[in-house]
Design a protein around this ligand. Structure first.
Ligand code: IPM
Ligand code: MG
Length: 367
């Protein structure tokens, strides 16, 4: 088994280092190889996704990814910006199925921006289509408008599109995931306005005929955004397109207390996967040692479960995270009165301590 480690930029390097420590104490046999990606790769090789990094990602069984991006690259031409690295990996590896589980740990009920009773016991699985939609649709670009409200003016355009097979395969993923959970799928669309999402709704409805044991409902994305903060526990599996999934998963993250808690898995049809926290590189707090590594550590657990066939080790990581939260350790993003504030490294070391049967907290070294 080979794991490609791509820490990336900003807090990416700090949080991935903790996840790697956690993987190393598990006593599993796997090989790791680290490579640059994002802004770090641009600095060193002139491209955010160098050929060598892509080649490593292709041959690995799984990829553990940190985060990419920094405001200082905002002026670069789009093809060279750090974000192109993650978009390129998704596209080149065909990682079309993105799983973002939004789980509110009971210890963090009070860290959520919603009332505790709304989020206690929350367990939603957002399944985001990841290789299509307006993110990748062609044509796109800038030009001088020949029609529209201001002919002759500069304009920009992107193309939202989905083909039937793209919708079919993500619908199957969602129905199959729902079978292993509470048997309910909410498909989120904007069929009232967009042709793309009328096809989406039609195809999801057709595929549903093969899953009579799963309940399906459809919701417009604006309403879904509202229901997520009104009664989030009504959702089980949410399946949606690339852009709506991007937005709704950040919203769902806040229900769990912090986006620093939300892991993700992006899979292709060969179970090869890329695992990354759902949050970004947070350049504003990079280098301070205060970022929450738990989303990355939980992503490593998803990696063991989905790509490396080690569900027992995955469960061990998840219980260790549970134990450090129960011990009252909190990074700044999830801290509340009465808990102990720790940094990135202390949090990672506490998870390692929990995994190796040491007393959590005793091993904390003040940095
Ligand atoms: C995410 C991120 C990415 C996305 C960015 C970094 C390109 O926001 O994984 O949700 O928009 O998909
Ligand atoms: Mg996002």
């Amino acid at each position: 088994m080979k794991i490609a480690i791509l820490p990336g930029d900003g807090i990416g390097t700090e949080i991935v280092a903790e996840a790697v420590k956690v993987l190393q104490v598990l006593d599993l046999s796997f090989e790791t190889e680290t490579a640059l990606v994002g802004g770090a790769a641009y600095e060193a090789h002139g491209h955010p996704l160098p050929e060598s990094t892509l080649a490593l990602a292709r041959e690995a069984d799984a990829i553990l990814f940190g985060a990419v991006g920094d405001w200082k690259y905002d002026k670069l031409e789009r093809a060279l910006r750090p974000e192109q690295a993650i978009l390129g990996l998704r596209k080149h590896l065909g990682l079309f199925a993105n799983f973002r589980p939004a789980i509110c740990h009971p210890q963090l009920t009070h860290a959520s921006s919603l009332k505790p009773e709304l989020v206690a016991g929350l367990d939603i699985l957002i399944i985001r289509e990841l290789t299509g939609d307006i993110y990748f649709g062609q044509p796109r670009g800038r030009r001088v408008a020949v029609d529209g409200h201001f002919p002759g003016a500069e304009e920009a355009f992107d193309t939202m599109r989905y083909s039937r097979p793209e919708i079919e395969r993500i619908a199957h993923v969602a129905f199959q995931a729902a079978r292993k959970r509470h048997g309910r799928v909410t498909s989120v669309d904007k069929a009232n306005v967009l042709e793309t999402f009328q096809l989406w709704k039609d195809v999801v409805t057709e595929v549903h005929a093969q899953y009579p044991d799963v309940a399906l409902d459809h919701m417009y994305v604006d309403n879904a955004a509202m229901q997520l903060v009104r009664a989030p526990k009504k959702f089980d599996v949410v399946v949606t397109g690339n852009m709506f999934g991007d937005i709704l998963s950040d919203e769902a993250a806040m229900l769990t207390g912090s986006i620093g808690m939300l892991p993700s898995a992006s899979l292709n049809d060969r179970h090869q996967g890329l695992y990354e926290p759902s949050h970004g590189s947070a350049p504003d707090i990079a280098g301070q040692g205060i970022a929450n590594p738990l989303a990355t550590i939980l992503s490593a657990a998803m990696m063991l479960r989905y790509s490396l066939n080690q569900s027992e080790a995955a469960a061990r990581i998840e219980s260790a995270v549970d134990a450090v939260l129960s011990a009252g350790l909190r990074t700044a993003d999830i801290w509340s009165e009465g808990t102990t504030k720790v940094g990135t490294r202390e949090m990672g070391e506490a998870v390692v301590a929990a995994l190796t049967g040491k007393t959590i907290g005793k091993t904390i070294t003040k940095s």
